[in-house]
Design a binder for this molecule. Sequence first.
Ligand code: SAH
Length: 245
Amino acid sequence: MLERIRIVLIGTSHPGNIGGVARAMHNMGLADLALVAPRCEVITQDSISRASGADHLLHQASVYATLEEAVSDCTLAVGASARSRTLPWPMLTPRELADRLPSECQAAASRVALVFGREDSGLTNAELQRCHAHVHIPTNADFSSLNLAAAVQVLAYECRMAWLSQQDVTPAPVADDELVTHEELERYFEHLERTLIAIEFHDPSQPRQLMARLRRLYLRARPEKMEMNILRGILSATEKAAGKP
Ligand code: SAH
């Protein structure tokens, strides 16, 4: 999905901002950068330093003379603008845009363009009207305009969140060791029961499901070998302290 999303910058005038955009994109897993009639050099010390390691995106960036060329193969184009327009355009919040991305990016030939304007004057009405929708990042109404790279960062983050929500995001168990075997667990339960009897916590004539509940607890935890060693060590030390090894 992320490889089908293109960031289009129109008439950018500061190389540092282009570098900042490259960094924001690479951080979020986007790689397709298109520059329309940039008003500055793309590869400068400033852009490379602001890209801080993502400068390959600057070298790969495509440069076009017009917006039409930059989005000619796109199946959806969305213009980012802080300003509302006299002729209102279909508006999306960044989250609404993100919600649409998985289906918009489904087809192999699909391409989504996120179009950003100039630092000083943003997008013209004509440019916005070449987009299917207008995405507005909700900001302070008295100070609504983000830095270009910051605006790209917000939308790129939403793209990534949409992409992540499609993945199997069940976190893998934090395992740095092998899990214990059934047999090791059974030996632990025997040891645990012996110890609990020795310290008179557990009365086998009145079991009250104690061992079953503890089993459920330990089985749920899926102990690793090292953790099992620690638990066994605690039991041995408990027996020793109780004078009943
Ligand atoms: N002064 C310009 C703003 C330029 S900021 C203006 O009047 O429009 C550079 C670009 O960042 C904008 O063209 C837009 O694409 C994006 N951007 C900045 N703030 C934004 C916001 N709140 N919502 C959506 N896009 C924004």
